[in-house]
Write a protein that binds this ligand. Structure first.
Ligand code: RIB
Length: 334
């Protein structure tokens, strides 16, 4: 990639004309028979407390509302696809407990295939303790529970029994499961959402078609915080040099940035009033994977994924906030 190829500054994608979008909408709806997306990842129950601000270390704060939601990055991304009307199957592990039942009920309600959601009779379902402040920002601490018991052989068995054209994984499960998922993807498209932030082995990076870190994850992977065109490019170059085919930074309210051998490009997002940003990255990843699996052009996939991510912040909860295809397309047409 050369910097000459960069389209800069931010905000330079040509958004399709409304008439063009209508025909693209037809394509999206007409391609649902395609093989769909296989997801290998985590499933949690999120215990969420709203608070005006986050507590300091050692401080006890009086919060406000408490709610439980189905969460976990893998399950959220699968739910995002289901809510868009896409075909998603999730490989995950939950407990034989009420939270495990709640996870499966939420996935089923979203239209996600749960035949590969396994249950462990002893360990508890993963739990995320989440605080959401008055700006919709969050802090999350995860007790992984059954997520840490998913095995590579279970991933292998599920992937070899399923039909899919895109495989989407995150890092909230044991690394050997992610490596196996990558192996099972074979010639199919492999998307890695490197969340939560942790170091990724070089042999995995070199086999990733789309890597989708947020700013924090990008900094852990490259040592550079991508905040503007220059830093996005510099960080992306490091990852491209390691063999990643396409780097797709998610930049919150700023949208996203795609870099590959052809150059780098910023895709702005839409303006919303966020109430809860939990799962926004998952909405983006799920939407992107689904649209890519449906054969949509990459620019269009990113544009709609930005909208899905932004819309998800306008409602509380992770899976509960994933937008429908009609909501995304309505916003795209404005
Ligand atoms: O990405 C948001 C998710 O991270 C939450 O749903 C929580 O469960 C953690 O996995």
């Amino acid at each position: 990639m050369t910097t000459d190829a960069l389209v800069a500054p931010l905000g330079t994608i040509a958004i399709p004309a409304r008439s063009e979008m209508r025909s693209m909408t037809g394509v999206s709806l007409g391609t649902m028979h395609r093989a769909g997306v296989m997801l290998v990842g985590s499933a949690n129950i999120d215990l969420v407390v709203r608070t005006r601000r986050f507590p300091l270390p050692g401080e006890t704060l009086q919060g406000s509302e408490f709610r439980t939601f189905a969460g976990g990055k893998g399950a959220n991304q699968a739910a995002a696809i289901g809510r868009l009307g896409g075909r998603a199957q999730l490989v995950a592990k939950v407990g034989v407990d009420a939270f495990g039942d709640q996870v499966i009920a939420s996935l089923t309600a979203c239209g996600v295939g749960t035949s590969f959601v396994l249950r462990d009779p002893i360990e508890a379902t993963g739990v995320a303790l989440i605080t959401v402040d008055e700006h919709g920002q969050n802090t999350i601490v995860v007790a992984p529970g059954t997520n840490s018991l998913l095995t590579a052989s279970e991933v292998r068995a599920a992937c070899s029994a399923a039909e899919f054209s895109v495989l989407l994984a995150q890092l909230e499960i044991p690394l050997e499961c992610v490596l196996e998922a990558n192996h099972q993807a074979g010639e199919r498209t492999f998307i890695l959402n490197p969340a939560p932030a942790r170091v990724v082995p070089p042999e995995l990076l070199s086999r990733v078609d789309y890597l989708t870190p947020n700013e924090t994850e990008a900094e852990i992977l490259t040592g550079i915080l991508p905040t503007d065109t220059q830093s996005c490019l510099a960080a992306a170059m490091i990852l491209l040099d390691k063999g990643v085919q396409n780097v797709l930074f998610t930049l919150g309210a700023q949208g996203s940035f795609l870099a590959n051998a052809e150059g780098g490009r910023h895709f702005p997002s839409i303006e919303v009033d966020p109430v809860d940003t939990t799962g926004a990255g998952d909405a983006f990843n799920g939407a992107f994977a689904h649209l890519l699996a449906s054969g949509e052009p990459v620019d269009w996939c990113i544009h709609l994924a930005n909208i899905a991510g932004a819309l998800s912040t306008t409602k509380p909860g992770a899976q509960a906030s994933m937008p429908t295809l009609a909501e995304v397309l309505d916003r795209a047409a404005r």
